[in-house]
Ligand binder design. Structure first.
Ligand code: KDG
Ligand code: MG
Length: 402
């Protein structure tokens, strides 16, 4: 029987910080898992190094489900982003190994293709409406069939999702940046730029918008209603999702589709949202929701209730996560859309391979496993740098949801 011989945790910052788990079997097969939790990276690295790696050595790498149950139930302490990200990394690495042992790309182990390619959306943004419109035009001319639109709120300036450099990167400072937030100014302004996008480019592509947890349910209902003429593909995270019941109120007032789940970690965190059909798209990910094993379980529950998938895919999900996501996206019947922001050149020096993009669609690799390699030597050129996500403060100085 093959055994897990080695499990190593790498923390490096090629373009941004990534935590990567590499498992090696006694047969010399290597599997990778992403363990990146933006702004709390070292907590997951320690969870893996100090608590999970000693449990892995000598175990059978083929028993993926059993390993998941062992790590989840064996912890006694349930759920939470740190635990679930660490379990995800182990689970993803074991699927990578299984694919390599079988000589098959991971999507074949998940039942094979349900579709030819994976529809993605990218991020257009601007410091004002004019800049946003130019950016939307750029993405459409690159062949994207779906674009997310975000613009800075005039005067207040503070908002979520406006790119400064080539890629949107919110975790950019050694201590959290504090950004202003004004709900009324946002509610007055955001519908106007979404309308401007539709007016200029029409309805021949999918338009998305991320509210980023900043509204109360009633405000979100008002926003959803206001943007109905724009026929959004979705409004994302209209209100903080830890209160699943809150979505009932939004649902009663608007036909704008709702997506949520990027900060949630388990099937229990989305159970009410799915079973009561309070959302249209579930955005949980391979890296933060327990790996391919658990995410498949969430997606299957969602399929029963007509909820489609729309996994998170920001730059803080490593190419290993993106590869795993695309293998699952291509296989599940209820796939909706995949977020795709791409990665910095430095990131791609360290993580080689992964899905390919053509005409607004991602395609999984056909090589055995996930199809991504980790270049340890290249990673050494990018030592860990601490970076935090920003914090939002209302104009009276109190903390708001970022
Ligand atoms: O680490 C936080 C980011 O991944 C998040 O802010 C990005 O909301 C996000 C999105 O939809 O990509
Ligand atoms: Mg989001």
């Amino acid at each position: 029987m093959s055994k897990i011989e080695r499990a190593e945790v790498f923390v490096a910052s090629p373009g941004r910080t990534f935590v990567t788990l590499r498992i090696t079997t006694s047969d010399g097969v290597v599997g990778l898992g992403d363990a990146t939790l933006n702004g709390r990276e070292l907590a997951v690295a320690s969870y893996l190094r100090d608590h999970l790696v000693p449990l892995l050595i000598g175990k059978d790498p083929a028993r993926i489900e059993d390993m998941w149950q062992y790590l989840y139930k064996g912890a006694y302490w349930r759920r939470g982003p740190v635990t679930m990200t660490a379990i995800s990394a182990v689970d993803t690495a074991l699927w990578d190994i299984k694919g390599k042992v079988a000589g098959l790309p991971v999507y074949q182990l998940l039942g094979g293709r349900s579709r030819d390619g994976v529809l993605v959306y990218s991020h257009a943004s601007g410091r004002d409406t004019a800049e946003l419109l130019d950016d939307v035009e750029r993405f459409l001319s690159l062949g994207y069939k779906a674009v997310r639109a975000q613009a800075a709120v005039p005067e207040v300036g503070g908002t979520y999702g406006v790119r400064k450099g080539k890629l949107y990167e919110p975790a950019a400072t050694a201590l959290p940046d504090e950004q202003p937030w004004d709900t009324e100014a946002y509610l007055n302004f955001a519908p106007t730029y979404l309308e401007a996008v539709r007016e200029r480019f029409g309805f021949g592509f999918h338009l998305l918008h991320d509210v980023h947890h900043r509204l109360t349910p009633l405000e979100a209902a008002r926003f959803g209603k206001a943007v109905e003429p724009c026929r959004l593909y979705w409004m994302e995270d209209p209100t903080p999702a830890e209160n699943q019941e809150a979505f009932r109120l939004i649902r009663q007032h608007t036909t704008t589709p709702i997506a949520t789940g990027e900060v949630l970690n388990s099937i229990w965190d989305v159970q009410t949202l799915i079973t009561e059909q309070l959302i249209d798209y579930v955005r949980t990910t391979v890296v933060h929701a327990g790996g391919l094993t658990h995410l498949r379980r969430i997606f299957d529950l969602a399929a029963l209730y007509g909820v489609r998938t729309g996994s998170h895919g920001a730059t803080d999900l490593s190419p290993v996560s993106m590869a795993a996501a695309v293998h699952l996206d291509v296989a599940v019947p209820n796939f909706g859309i995949q977020e795709y922001m791409g990665h910095a050149d430095e990131t791609l020096e360290v993580f080689r391979g992964g899905p390919t993009l053509a005409a607004g669609m991602l395609h999984p690799t056909e090589v055995p496993g996930l199809g991504v390699e980790y270049d340890e030597k290249a990673a050494e050129r990018y030592p860990y740098e601490a970076r935090y996500l920003p914090v939002a403060r209302r104009l009276d100085g109190s903390v708001h949801d970022w």
